[in-house]
Design a protein around this ligand. Structure first.
Ligand code: ADP
Ligand code: ZN
Ligand code: ZN
Length: 663
């Protein structure tokens, strides 16, 4: 056994063999440094062998087996292997991705904190546990009783007490000496939740994992988890790869959130991998949401997942009143209806907070010349440059390209350039003019572009130093604003008839989430939605707080149309300097697929992507679909094998996206 099989970060679907005269049988899982080409690479040993398929004179010797940290456990390797096979990615790329950057480079952080094992689960002094509502109690009992693999969908609106249920389930696991993995969508969400978890389990060793944590700390967290020293790992999608030898419970909060799916590189869904992991370990997993992904909800309807419903808000308060405002016959003032303006004024008089939700940042989506028809295009993308008036720039929201605001039309010299449409900056100026006494705070990725600024904005809101908040969906997530009693949503119609079949699902989730911010115990909340389609079932279901009705109607539409979750999809994308060569490659891939696909696989024609040019690359896509996941998987495996053998034209890149969320 002197051959080690090494997973290396190389974009090829293969493992590399090396000679290792002193390798031992239990070296699987160690990181290893090996010569590669003219340099060196660090990889992970995934197997040992007595002989190699490679000719003996081609085999090189490992440089060093890094035994300075414990080997990565078999379960971790199995997780990577599953991820590699499901997403058709090279195992070496997955293993490398799953390690924190420092460990990828073959280094180690210093000093590891002791801890771990059975933890006292009493909360911080002075903290009394609330008595659970019956529905919460039922949920906690069901989770605690699971005694093996089981997927729970914890469905309840914001404030229904989902987090309280998580905390009780965590307490139970800690008492048994287990580890808990808790995944959350956004870094910005973590501080609040982290505080709550720390206060509840002051004696537990909590590790946080997200991409904004410095390299050394991230590696230390990973090692703490690997050593079994951490009790709770709380993190974003990448935390799903944390090695956790005593893992007994996984929680995925806001499971519907698209940020669980990585949109570049390794295109994995942390929620889906977490479910596999729970299955592999035979432990329960809890998916929590007010608006579950339709994929998830369908499983709950079919009985594959256990539905745990929290029908009421935990603290006695009425749900906000949702009203739809018909804007068809009204002349809007800067996009605002009379009813919304009146409601804003009323809140201002009462000293209460309002939020105006507009999911588009910048001043206006495009700048146009009134005389020749020129509009602000990005030179590198098939997209418009967005007007940012505050710093006098035009900006591409896709590639980051920036240009100074032109004084005159670049085509005809006309100085009358007009911004068209509306973004948060324009709304901010309009509201300031309309309500001069109001303290207005805009929260979007421009005003909150660092965690520090974001925290400062939140602090201002909580201190009651803002009367009107203007925000994109950033503001919709996981924050309690005690004095917020009015939410107005404008510009929502765009998503109703979008080409993306998931757009209504996202809109419903966003409006539900943002609406859930309004109203507290002593202050009733109101949500006003401006629309030209007041009779649309989406708004009606929203007004009735009826997620289930909305979900079922969407599901029946999807069933008829043959969309997920009733079919499974994969998207092959290609990009190059010309659309012709991108589509030609996809045509070649399509021809290969034709010869490999059985009759249960549907192949579509190659087409340009919706954003057909990004950073000067011309992009095309080819959709593949099947009603059978195993058959799709089997086909994809064979197809990829053939695709990897194709000789590519210069500058052409391709990737496969399994279960794509964006088209
Ligand atoms: P969610 O996670 O669904 O938004 P939380 O668990 O955060 O809901 O609960 C909302 C609020 O209600 C929190 O302030 C929480 O402390 C409180 N709460 C939760 N459960 C109860 C309960 N059984 N009794 C009293 N208060 C509760
Ligand atoms: Zn012009
Ligand atoms: Zn661009």
């Amino acid at each position: 056994m002197n051959i080690v099989r090494v997973a290396l970060d190389v974009p090829l679907p293969r493992i590399f063999d090396y000679l290792a005269p002193d390798a031992a049988i239990n070296d699987v899982g160690y990181r290893v440094t090996v010569p590669f080409g003219r340099g060196f690479k660090t990889g992970v040993i995934v197997g040992l062998a007595a002989a190699s398929d490679q000719p003996a004179d081609k085999l090189r010797e490992v440089t060093a087996i890094l035994r300075d940290m414990p080997p990565l456990p078999g379960e971790w390797l199995a997780l990577c292997a599953f991820c590699a096979s499901y997403y058709q990615a090279p195992l070496g790329e997955v293993c490398t991705f799953a390690l924190p950057p420092l460990l990828r480079r073959g280094k180690l952080p210093r000093a590891i904190k002791p801890g771990g094992g059975k933890v006292a689960v009493s909360p911080a002094p002075g903290f009394t546990l609330p008595e659970l509502l019956p529905a919460q109690q039922a949920a906690v009992s069901a989770i605690n009783r699971a005694g093996g693999f089981s997927t729970f969908l914890l469905h309840g609106v914001t404030g229904s007490g989902k987090t309280e249920v998580y905390l009780r389930a965590i307490a139970e696991v800690l008492e048994r000496g287990g580890q808990v993995l808790m995944l959350v969508p956004e870094i910005a969400l973590t501080p609040q939740l982290e505080g709550r978890v720390r206060m509840r389990f002051p004696a537990a060793h909590l590790v946080t994992a997200n991409s904004s944590i410095a390299d050394a700390a991230r590696a230390r967290g990973f090692l703490d988890a690997l050593h079994g020293l951490s009790d709770i790992v709380l993190g974003t999608r990448l935390a799903v790869f944390m090695p956790l030898p005593r893992l007994q419970l996984i929680i995925v909060d806001e499971e519907h959130d698209a940020s669980f799916k990585q949109q570049d590189g390794l295109r994995y869904s942390a929620r889906d991998i977490a479910i596999w992991r729970a299955h592999h370990r035979a432990i329960p997993i809890v998916l929590g949401s007010a608006t579950p992904a339709l994929e998830t909800f369908q499983h709950a309807l079919s009985g594959r997942y256990h539905l745990l419903d929290l029908p009421d808000r935990a603290v006695a308060e009425a749900p906000p009143v949702v009203r739809v405002i018909d804007t068809r016959r009204e002349k809007l003032h800067e996009g605002l209806s009379g009813a919304l303006i009146k409601a804003l004024k009323l809140r201002l008089e009462h000293g209460e907070q309002s939020l105006v939700f507009l999911n588009r940042r910048g001043y206006a989506p495009v700048l146009a010349c009134s005389s020749c028809g020129w509009i602000s295009h990005c030179r590198r993308c098939a997209a418009n440059l967005v007007v940012h008036l505050l710093d006098n720039r035009l900006r591409c929201h896709h590639c980051g390209f920036e240009a100074i605001f032109p004084r005159a039309c670049p085509d005809c010299g006309n100085v009358d350039l007009q911004p068209f449409g509306r973004g948060t900056q324009r709304l901010e100026l309009a509201l300031a003019a309309l309500l001069p006494s109001a303290r207005i705070l805009r929260i979007d990725r421009d005003s909150a572009n660092t965690p520090k600024k974001w925290q400062a904005l939140l602090a201002t809101i909580h201190a009651g130093e803002a009367d009107i908040l203007i925000g994109t969906q950033m503001l919709a997530k996981g924050h309690d604003f005690p004095r917020l009693t009015l939410v107005g949503a404008i510009g929502a119609d765009a998503a109703l008839f979008a080409a993306d079949f998931r757009a209504p699902e996202r809109l419903f989730a966003q409006l539900m989430q943002v609406g859930g911010r309004s109203g507290r115990a002593d202050l009733a909340g109101e949500v006003l939605i401006q629309t030209e389609h007041p009779e649309h079932p989406l708004f009606q279901a929203l007004a009735d707080h009826d997620y289930s009705r909305f979900a079922q109607s969407q599901l029946s539409e999807r069933k008829v149309a043959g969309f997920p979750p009733f079919t499974f999809q994969a998207l092959l994308r290609a990009e190059s300097m010309t659309m012709d060569s991108s589509l030609a490659f996809l045509g070649q891939a399509r021809a290969l697929a034709d010869s490999l696909a059985g009759d249960r696989i549907t192949l579509y024609d190659p087409v340009p992507m919706r954003l057909s040019r990004l950073m000067t690359m011309e992009r095309g896509q080819l959709l593949v679909e099947s009603a059978s996941r195993p058959q799709l998987q089997e086909f994809l495996g064979r197809w990829m094998e053939a695709l990897y053998k194709l000789k590519l034209p210069r500058g052409l890149r391709w990737h496969l996206d399994v279960d794509p969320l964006e088209f």
